[in-house]
Design a protein around this ligand. Sequence first.
Ligand SMILES: [Zn+2]
Length: 98
Amino acid sequence: MAVTAKIKCFSCDSTFDYYFFLRKDEEIKCPHCCTQMDEQSAKKVIHAIGEFADTNADLLKYATGLKEPLFQFDLTVNYLGNKKLARMHGFKCSDDSE
Ligand SMILES: [Zn+2]
C-alpha cells in the first residue's frame, strides 16, 4: 500500500511529502532547507508509517477475505512545536543565501 506522509519542518516552516513506497533508505530530510531528522527519530517515523499502511492493508484484507465491514483510517496531526525552537537546532542548505 502506498502511503504519503506529510512531514512538517519547523526549521523553515514548510511541509513536505514523504513517499513511503518509494523509500528504501531510513533518512528523512526536508527538501526545502536540507534539515535532516536524526537517525533514531527517522527510524521511528518510518516504522509508524509502515504500521499505518499495514493496518489499513489488513482492514482491507479482512473485508475482502472474511467479509468483515470495511474500514480505512487516516490521520490528521495538530502539530506541536514552534518555529523559534526549531531554528535553534536547524541546519541550512550550503547553497542557501539567507
Ligand atoms: Zn525545512
